[in-house]
Design a binder for this molecule. Sequence first.
Ligand code: SAM
Ligand code: SF4
Length: 362
Amino acid sequence: MPAAPDLRLAASLDQPGLKAWLQETDPASLNELWACADAVRRAQVGDEVHLRGLIEVSSHCIRHCLYCGLRAPSEGLERYRMNAGEILECAREAVRLGYGSVVLQGGEDPGLTQDFITEVVRAIKRDTPLAVTLSLGERSDADLQAWREAGADRYLLRFETSDPVLYRRIHPSLPGTLSDRFAQLARMRDMGYEIGTGVMVGIPGQTWDTLAGDILRFREFDMDMIGVGPFLPSPRTPLGRPEAEAFFAPPEAQVPNDELTTLKVVALTRLVCPEANIPSTTALATLDRAQGRELALMRGANVVMPNVTPVSYRARYEIYPGKACINETALACQGCLEGRIRSLGRSLAKGPGGRLKADCKN
Ligand code: SAM
Ligand code: SF4
């Protein structure tokens, strides 16, 4: 890594500096950012790309997040919940495909009871060598503790925005509850989970200042995994319909939901959290099918999450329309992704792929 840009970049990663980088348009400066993020990625987490099999276990959800097609009020969705045997079969498929971990993701679904997920996690840990990540929304400490004791290794919960006012606007509370994702993330870390979080880029109402603040929160919380993807409007949701106009910040302050800004966030996140596992997200691949995945991998990312959900369920997990890889089998997805990764001169990682801490790298 050349010393001069490195020093200049390192010195500029405070709030005003991050904001300036997010708004940077000069191609030479951006090339410097991309090169620096790629060099830090190589030095800290290496050239291997970790593959995590994504299992979309349920499309039921009790929440009303204003951006998500799975929100409870969404009508016309054919909802599903996979049974334990189906989930276990997906995990076995992930093993056959050579993946080191699976992510069980779903809506916030009370039908995924504490006992059900406990049994599923136990079975996966008993029958496979996989690391298990859960991403099932805001759950009680009793649920989270039981799942951790059953063997779950990691939990993903994006905080979506560090602006508390915007957070409350886009996450209507459920009666009698107070949503505090930072608090849940802290409690999960205390329980021994590796914790993952992230934000959408370009959500209506997100400003350059708050996005810079989001990146600083990644560093402050020393997150183990950080997922960043563009906001993709769904016509099933208030933020995907004309009424979203009322949410937008003034044009000079509003962050666009485009590829370039998302890639800048990926690169800056790598610089402020050098050891984190950072996925190249499906949302970015949806925005740019030709090369979205590759560009993120070249600008700081080191993880891809191929979908291993049975094809019959995939289209029904409609967070936003037009999701990439919706009709490909797990095997086809694997073939395509492996080719893309190798074409970048990168290799496929083996094993669970937990966070490498500087003091315990092996
Ligand atoms: N229910 C769990 C939760 O909310 O954490 C996990 C499933 S949720 C669908 C996973 C992520 O999808 C959310 O954290 C959010 O960032 C992302 N997402 C939801 N709607 C989206 C949209 N319209 N565009 C892009 N990403 C979206
Ligand atoms: Fe439910 Fe998660 Fe979608 Fe919110 S983001 S509506 S919690 S699935």
